[in-house]
Write a new protein. Structure first.
Ligand code: BGC
Length: 376
């Protein structure tokens, strides 16, 4: 990150700092905004948000992404737990999804086809026979407008994007706002708000990868996971839902009580074979405040996930292979990061019995997800 700062100040010479809230003073929250490059003619910024506890997250308007989450372990030692890159170039050419907002349809749509009111739509196929994460030009890959919210109680940044009618094959002009708040309880609060002028489908999420040892420090198989979900969404070999909602009881997908990620991952179970590990949507019970949690006993770091959505995609980095070199020059190796992507189920537009992902003109889709960090 220091490298990005250096580049922005010396090469681009246009870095500037906004006092978000009480900038500069000790134990006060603040936001810094720095120009780090341009992409397709648009300026890309990095925002550094510091809360009153002195903990820092970083965001960028390239893909409205989270690039850094620096939180203490049980001894107070801070370390970044989110995947990202040290340079602008690294970020632009690196993994498309690390920390990004994903849309218009996060996860897969079978064969890139769906219909609304009898009109068929075709999307680019970018994942075998299917369309993944809004297509190659999805929201992870565009430069968003950004605004530091002045006089907010906590450091707050709003990203907005206007997705044009038929962008990546999806109908309707859509306005998307994603607001990140970094509060003093070490919670990243993500608020989504979307509208459309034509009937369309929407599944929006954040695709941060976490490793509570610190990003780049080994794998996540020892992380203890809880997901408050009595059912999950089985998939076929291309990771498209079969339509079944399967009870987790008695399966390696039962995380209603804590289990390490690695404990049952090598079991000879059809869904672990299709997913090459865990890469599935869990159907949230939505009965308790916290929907999922991850605890890493060595550092004592705990991350809790709170969402109002029907599902969470638990992906444990089965496709990471060490070829992406992230923060601090560390390679992101096989299963070195996990994602808990809150949202709807994959391929819902083709499954009328799944919760609906249709958004109509005149409606506002509103949703909130919180990633809360603490130690125990
Ligand atoms: C998907 C994985 C995919 C990954 C890409 C996840 O949401 O479920 O299959 O490889 O995103 O980052």
């Amino acid at each position: 990150m220091k490298q990005i700062r250096f580049l922005s100040l010396t090469l681009l010479g246009a870095a500037f700092i906004f006092g978000g809230c009480n900038q500069g003073a000790k134990n006060k929250s603040m936001i810094q905004k720095e120009l780090i490059g341009t992409y397709k003619g648009k300026e890309v910024y990095q925002m550094t948000l510091k809360n009153k506890s002195g903990n820092v997250i970083r965001l960028t308007n390239f893909g409205a992404r989270i690039t850094w989450i620096e939180v203490p372990d049980k001894n107070g030692a801070r370390e970044n737990v989110a995947f990202g890159f040290d340079t602008f170039d690294g970020m632009i050419k690196g993994d498309p999804y690390f920390g990004a907002v994903v849309g218009r349809y996060a996860n897969r749509i079978a064969r890139g086809k769906f219909s609304l009111d009898g009109v068929g739509y075709s999307l680019a196929l970018n994942n075998g026979p299917n369309s993944l994460h809004g297509g190659p030009g999805g929201w992870h890959s565009v430069v968003w407008e950004s605004e530091i919210i002045k006089n907010a109680e906590f450091p707050t940044v709003k990203f907005s994007y206007k997705s044009p009618d038929m962008e990546e094959g999806y109908p309707g002009n859509m306005n998307i706002e994603v607001t990140y708040t970094w509060n003093d309880k070490n919670e990243i609060v993500i608020d989504y708000a979307c509208t459309t002028d034509k009937k369309t489908v929407l599944n929006i999420t954040n695709h941060a990868y976490f490793n509570l040892h610190g990003a780049g420090n080994g794998n996540i198989l020892d992380h203890q996971l809880v997901i408050k979900a009595s059912g999950f969404v089985p998939v076929d070999s291309t990771l498209i839902p079969t339509g079944e909602i399967r009870p987790v009881a008695g399966t390696p997908f039962d995380f209603t009580t804590p289990h390490t990620v690695g404990e049952r991952i090598a079991e000879n179970y059809d869904q672990l074979i299709y997913g090459k590990g865990y890469d599935h949507t869990f159907v949230l019970d939505n009965k308790e405040e916290v929907d999922a949690s991850v605890y890493e006993p060595v550092s004592g770091r705990l991350m809790e996930v709170i969402s109002d959505q029907p599902g969470v995609q638990f992906y444990c980095g089965n496709f990471l292979d060490g070829s992406k070199i992230g923060h601090g020059g560390k390679p992101y190796i096989y299963r070195s990061g996990l994602c808990l992507e809150t949202g709807h189920f994959p391929d819902s537009p083709n499954h009328p019995d799944f919760p609906s992902t249709v958004l109509n003109p005149g409606e506002t889709f509103k949703s909130q997800t919180i990633y809360r960090f603490s130690v125990k």
